[in-house]
Unconditional design. Structure first.
Length: 216
């Protein structure tokens, strides 16, 4: 970590690296969502970070920003990284939001994602809908549903895609209708979650429907 404006030399030799430039006011605002209060005099410990979990969360965030994906996935990756950065490498003391009755907020979020499964929904959008902070909502959703909002939305997209493929819709049309960036992106995600490509799934469904024994 290097503070803004500090003169430093990049002596990396024969390696690759990733970096993110963070505007301090935006970073401070994002971090205050975790504690749901202002953080006066927020500072970070400067220097090399050797904590493996912080590094892993940074890499997940960086990769999510450079590939096609949902806004919810990027928001989740950002929250996880900032939470780790704040907890382990800043001077701030933080506590998790007090648990309350978040069932209604999580239920409304699920219903919204069920209805808007193809849209680029953000955590801020869900937070405004439920009245919770983005971090509080994401944490509550993970605890009660067993997965973050972006993973739930992806499951709904794949379920709708499978249903559309079984009715004979083309792969390109299904990819567009279910909110994927393109057919290639849809194919990669579908194969990872279903274990087969959309083309093979469509072909198998068609053969089952055409089979004389299909009713059995």
């Amino acid at each position: 970590m290097v503070p803004s404006g500090e003169v430093h030399a990049n002596r990396k030799i024969v390696c690759t690296f990733r970096c993110i430039f963070m505007e301090y006011k935006a970073l401070e605002s994002a971090l205050e969502q975790f504690v749901e209060r202002t953080i006066p005099g927020l500072n970070f410990r400067v220097g090399r970070i050797d904590d493996a979990r912080t590094v892993a969360s940074f890499l997940r965030l960086h990769r999510s920003l450079e590939k096609p994906g949902s806004r919810l996935e990027r928001d989740h990756s950002l929250l996880v990284f900032l939470r780790r950065l704040l907890a382990r490498h800043s001077t701030a003391s933080i506590t998790s939001p007090r648990d309350g009755n978040e069932d209604s907020a999580v239920r409304r979020s699920k219903e919204f994602l069920d209805e808007h499964y193809a849209d680029r929904v953000s955590l801020n959008q869900l937070a405004r809908l439920t009245g919770l902070s983005p971090y509080h909502l994401n944490r509550s959703f993970c605890r009660k549903i067993g997965m973050p909002p972006h993973a739930y939305q992806l499951q709904v997209r794949i379920a709708r895609a499978k249903s559309a493929l079984r009715t004979g819709s083309s792969i390109a049309r299904v990819a567009l209708a279910t909110g994927f960036a393109d057919q290639s992106h849809f194919t990669r995600v579908f194969k990872r979650l279903v274990g087969d490509t959309p083309a093979r799934y469509w072909w198998h469904s068609k053969n089952v429907q055409d089979s004389p024994n299909a009713s059995h």
